[in-house]
Design a protein. Structure first.
Length: 263
């Protein structure tokens, strides 16, 4: 692949590394949706909290974090116990929740879907790790996860909140969620609790910020932010770190939200 940016590859590597070191640090957590699962100590609570927080992660980060923390309060600040044991009356209590287009019915349907995963596979992470062990493909895991998630009875409205790789979606929020639980580098941000999955298997969470930065730096040529673009930019980053290409998510996203391109 030839870089469309005029920046030489070695200079681009240096820039990515500098930005990575700036943003991949504990200070990043405070204002990011990953702060929501960080409020819990058990893997089970973190997995459930992380899935819900990542599901509503579009728009203003401050609003996302506020809404996700409110979700945790609705679940009695015990997300794993809630999804496993919520009564119909407790699910009804979720009806007045809303975050943009994610409403109370979506909330209840997601709780039921997560409960099903936990009952059938022993937890969200156990399902993801087992499917990766069988397929060796995170792309296939993304497909299998969505299919299994919606195998329970649900209103079709909630399906819009879990992107479909089979329909060509970039799957930004699921890829972000997977990054949280797969990456392990000791820097105090990602949890690294799904240790059987190699970091090299991950795909970049492609959003407006990472897409714009990627295109500006010659890492992404595709104009549409879909699954093909996700694959393209991840493969570009793999040239700089084949074992952990998604660590540059911090470089691109952090620079994007700080207005790096306007400087």
């Amino acid at each position: 692949m030839e870089w469309s940016s005029e920046m030489p590859a070695d200079e681009l590597r240096e820039l990515l590394e500098r930005l990575h070191d700036k943003y991949n640090c504990p200070e990043f957590v405070e204002n990011d949706p990953i702060s929501v699962p960080y409020a819990f100590s058990s893997r089970e609570d973190r997995e459930v909290a992380g899935l819900f927080a990542s599901t509503i992660a579009w728009g203003n980060r401050k609003a996302i974090v506020k809404s996700a923390r409110r979700m945790m309060h609705y679940m009695d600040d015990a997300p794993y116990d809630f999804v496993c044991n919520a009564t119909p009356r407790e699910l009804e209590r979720l009806s007045d929740y809303v975050h943009r287009t994610f409403n109370g019915r979506d909330f209840a349907d997601f709780v039921v879907a997560v409960k099903g995963l936990c009952e059938r596979f022993g937890g969200i992470g156990r399902f993801v790790e087992s499917r990766y062990a069988e397929t060796g493909s995170m792309a296939q895991v993304l497909s299998d996860f969505r299919r299994e998630f919606f195998s329970c009875e649900h209103d079709s409205h909630c399906e819009k909140h879990l992107s479909s790789i089979d329909k060509g979606a970039a799957c930004k929020r699921l890829n972000m969620y997977f990054r949280w639980f797969v990456r392990r580098d000791g820097r105090g941000v990602d949890f690294g609790e799904w240790s059987t999955i190699p970091m090299s298997a991950l795909y970049l969470p492609l959003d407006v910020h990472t897409g714009n930065m990627g295109r500006a730096l010659g890492l992404l040529r595709r104009k549409q932010s879909d699954w093909k673009a996700t694959v393209e930019i991840t493969e570009s980053l793999r040239r700089f770190d084949p074992e952990d290409p998604v660590r540059y998510d911090f470089s691109l996203f952090g620079a994007g939200i700080d207005g790096f391109l306007k400087q």
